[in-house]
Design a protein around this ligand. Structure first.
Ligand SMILES: Cc1ncc(C[n+]2csc(CCOP(=O)(O)OP(=O)(O)O)c2C)c(N)n1
Ligand SMILES: [Mg+2]
Length: 569
């Protein structure tokens, strides 16, 4: 890669930051230590916005949320192998989301490493799990060029995580040179042969065909193109289970998501002879279950990929629209339609209905509601246009940090996004999930972010109660159940939030919840609502669920599809 050097000479840290800001990377989520002090000091002479996070998992999740909305990387600044390790779960989610990110990991000075000082550890081993590119900058002169390469690798397709390790002496040394990264986009589309083969399949009406949409075709442009294809050819549209960013709401195509529960996903995919995948992984079960399918594509169904991750997915879907002669076809758009405000004792479905009824225009939803969010897609389908960000890698503790990053990306310093529209963030998070990265609340307050946090407090790892039944583990008694139970020591999220300076209230009725949500949306800045809800699956319902799921593969497909709709609309 060729890099242009800028003239000014500085220390390594300044050259590094200038290289980042030259490439438009102007936000850094930090949790620094001694080895990063020169980087921290260099912030003041830079255009970098630095956002302090009180746990590295918040910083990495925030960088992920930021990238999903800004469509460019944020940087993280983390402290050696241990800091990076603390951030790993959300780096994993970001890797699965295929978002760009540039991690700067401070390290001991090169000459200090031989002494195996207390914080000395193998950073590369930790980084390798999640990074497509890793380098330790070995000289101050080189650090700008290294950073430029890190940025290029992160930003170009397929977008990924770069990790640049910055030894303290490289950071403080003189002779650093800022470098302009080469950000020329790659424009190669799917080959004409692939496009025409897929067009032939789509146009051969006798064949039942489904299209699975992912990653880069889940925003308006891609969804409209996909809907035109579906309207023209009769193909069924699906989206991947956990989209990085899905644009939804009134005026957009409403595409059915593949279900998390593999028994349901199998039902959704049953009967199709061709599955055309556009920028998504092939559907597989999250976990293996005794006697159940891991690979969810039906045996007689042929899988086709329109693009590989390096290729231009949007350009390719447009080519497919043309190849099936659907350019002038009207896409099927979701009409505006909101649920009524719920009443009575609060439960998770009512929380979802209230969100659908009250969410503002152009909102961003970060969804980590787990079992309590089952009704969210249906309750918000006809709400004003919004983005949904989901748990791409299944490592929980992601919803709150992603909300931090999304709020920062959706709002520039004068309170507007780049389109001049304010974007408020609503995050729905299970009580269990919330506790992994609860420090996010502090950053929301410290940065005065317009985030409404809804904790779906069922005092349980409810989903694991379902999984316990599903995996067929035998002999689970009180000891086992206590590992999934959060009710003995109740978490008072209102006190937790208030302890970090965030206005918060509890809701136990739908009326209280409606009022709290309306207020949180109306007032700028962060708010938390502790929504006390029962688990969606308890008692008999919980006992029956695995049997219903097991029956799905045995009953006729139309019946199974109806049952799936009833359980997870
Ligand atoms: C990093 C990580 N640790 C543990 C898990 C296992 N896990 C999946 S869901 C879950 C509990 C979720 O509880 P909560 O957020 O309260 O949602 P609920 O199941 O009650 O709806 C746990 C512990 C995981 N997925 N990722
Ligand atoms: Mg829970």
């Amino acid at each position: 890669m060729s890099h242009r050097m800028s003239k000014g000479k500085s220390n390594g840290a300044k050259a590094l930051i200038k290289t980042l800001t030259n490439a438009g990377i102007d936000t850094c989520f930090t949790n620094p230590g001694t080895s990063e002090m020169h980087f921290v000091a260099a912030l003041d002479s830079s255009d970098m916005r630095a956002v302090l996070c009180l746990f590295e998992g918040v910083a990495t999740g925030a960088a992920d949320g930021y990238a999903r909305i800004a469509n460019k990387p944020a940087a993280t600044l983390l402290h050696l192998g241990c800091g990076l390790g603390n951030g790993l779960a959300n780096l994993h989610n970001a890797r699965k989301a295929r978002v760009p990110m540039v991690n700067i990991i401070g390290d001991h000075a090169i000459y200090h490493k031989q002494y195996d000082a207390p914080l000395e550890s193998d950073i590369v081993t930790v980084a390798r799990n999640v990074s497509g590119w890793i380098r330790t900058s070995s000289t101050t002169e080189q650090v700008g060029a290294d950073a430029a390469e890190a940025i290029e690798v992160a930003q170009k397709s397929p977008q990924q995580i770069s990790t640049l390790i910055l030894p303290a002496d490289v950071s403080w040394g003189g002779g650093g040179v800022a470098v302009d990264a080469d950000l020329t986009p790659v424009t190669e589309s799917a080959s004409g042969t692939v496009v025409s083969q897929l067009a032939d399949i789509l146009l051969s009406r006798g064949k039942k065909t489904a299209i699975l949409l992912g990653r880069r075709v889940l925003l308006e442009e891609g969804l409209i193109a996909a809907s035109k294809i579906a309207e023209k050819t009769g193909a069924k549209l699906f989206t991947e289970v956990f989209p990085t960013r899905l644009e939804r709401g009134a005026g957009l195509p409403n595409v059915e998501r593949i279900a998390y529960l593999s028994e349901m996903a199998s039902v959704q995919l049953s009967g199709y002879e061709h599955l055309i995948i556009i920028d998504s992984a092939e559907p597989v079960s999250f976990f293996a279950y005794p006697g159940k399918q891991s690979y969810l594509v039906p045996k007689k169904c042929t899988v086709h990929h329109l693009v590989n991750p390096d290729q231009d997915a949007l350009g390719s879907i447009h080519a497919l629209v043309e190849a099936v002669a659907a350019t002038d076809v009207e896409p099927k758009l979701q009409p505006a339609d909101r649920p009524k405000l719920p009443t009575g004792k609060l439960n998770a479905s009512k929380v979802c209905e209230a969100v659908g009824a009250l969410m503002p225009d152009n909102a961003i939803i970060s969804d980590e509601a787990q079992t309590s969010g089952l009704k969210l897609p249906i309750s918000t389908a006809g709400a004003p246009r919004h983005d949904v960000l989901t748990l791409t890698g299944g490592a929980i503790g992601q919803g709150l940090p992603v909300a931090v990053g999304a709020a920062i990306a959706g709002k520039n310093t004068d309170g507007n996004d780049t389109n001049g529209k304010h974007r408020s963030v609503i995050t729905l998070v299970g009580d269990g999930s919330a506790m992994y990265t609860i420090q996010s609340l502090w950053t929301m307050v410290n940065e005065n972010l317009d985030v409404t946090v809804i904790v779906l407090n069922n005092r349980s790892y409810a989903i694991l109660n379902i999984e316990l039944e599903r995996v067929g583990a035998e002999g689970a008694g009180p000891k086992a159940k206590s590992q999934l139970d959060l009710s003995k020591t109740e978490i008072d999220f209102v006190s937790v939030a208030k302890g970090m300076g965030m206005p918060a209230e509890t809701a136990t009725t739908a009326e209280e919840f409606n009022e709290a949500l309306a207020r949180a949306i109306r007032e700028p800045g962060p708010h938390l609502i502790d929504a006390i809800v029962p688990s969606e699956y308890e008692g008999l319902k919980l006992k029956v669920l695995p049997h219903l799921l097991g029956a799905m593969s045995k009953i006729p497909s139309p019946l199974a599809k109806a049952l799936k709709k009833k359980l997870a609309p």
